[in-house]
Design a protein around this ligand. Structure first.
Ligand code: GLP
Length: 242
């Protein structure tokens, strides 16, 4: 595992964005695994800047997002499909057909999960998977406990997560959907390279547990220790208790 600790959060975002951009420049048909959350917003902003400056061409790329809230469609400002459009898809030249987000309003959610897994496989698999980390140690929305061989499925969101993400729902955890679709831990572990980014002291405790604690299905992020090609980018606040 390659752990990079930067002085500032901005440096962490720049490091992550340049790794993603370098990958796309070297392999224009890269299959990206994308994440949401506040951490990723700055990374996407930097990628959009590079694209605007003519230095980054997304036309050959394919992407698969990690997760989506059940019940929120593309028009809902809190859906991850909407988030991705706002922060990345609308601003770069990615093909709309190849920018995949699980469909949280599918009539048959189990069928949607199976379809999503099949689409990832049909694309040849994810080359570079971007990951954030939630307070529960989740990657994607793999709340504890999540089996390390779990696949894309419907999950119940932890109360901690609903509280953590409530800022986007007028500060009211009750308004955060109770369920989500998420790639499984097993799905994530099949990506060829994992890139986990965490900044700020609010992440220090869970980062410490994820990187230094025992490998456990009760902390999904510990699964990355089972992967042989992982980059973790932290600012020094998030790395504090390492
Ligand atoms: C959500 C996403 C996770 C992400 C987490 C971190 O819960 N489902 O994939 O890792 O947010 O969020 P933030 O970057 O806002 O701390």
């Amino acid at each position: 595992m390659n752990i990079i600790v930067t002085d500032t959060s901005d440096q962490a975002f720049r490091y992550a964005a340049s790794m993603i951009a370098d990958r796309i420049r070297s392999f224009p048909t890269t299959v990206l695994g994308l994440a949401t959350g506040r951490t990723m917003e700055s990374i996407y902003r930097l990628l959009v800047q590079q694209h605007d400056g003519g230095a980054l061409d997304f036309s050959g790329t394919t992407s698969f997002n990690l997760d989506e809230y059940v019940g929120l469609g593309a028009a809902d400002p809190n859906s991850y499909r909407h988030y991705m459009r706002e922060h990345l898809f609308a601003h770069v030249n990615m093909s709309a057909e190849r920018a995949h987000v699980p469909d949280g309003v599918a009539a048959d959610l189990a069928a949607e999960c199976a379809r999503y897994e099949a689409a990832i496989r049909a694309s040849g698999g994810i080359d570079l998977q971007l990951l954030g980390i939630g307070e529960t140690g989740h990657i994607g929305f793999n709340e504890p406990p999540s089996a390390f061989d779990s696949r894309t499925r419907v999950v119940d969101l932890d109360e901690v997560t609903r509280r953590q993400n409530s800022a986007m729902f007028s500060g009211d955890p009750e308004r955060v959907p109770e369920r989500a679709l998420t790639m499984g831990v097993g799905t994530i572990l099949e990506a060829r390279h994992l890139l986990l980014v965490a900044v700020g002291e609010g992440k220090a405790a869970i980062i410490n547990e994820a990187l230094n604690g025992p490998i456990s299905e009760n902390v999904s992020a510990t699964a990355i220790k089972l992967h042989d090609n992982v980059t973790v980018i932290l600012d020094k606040a998030a790395a504090r208790s390492r």
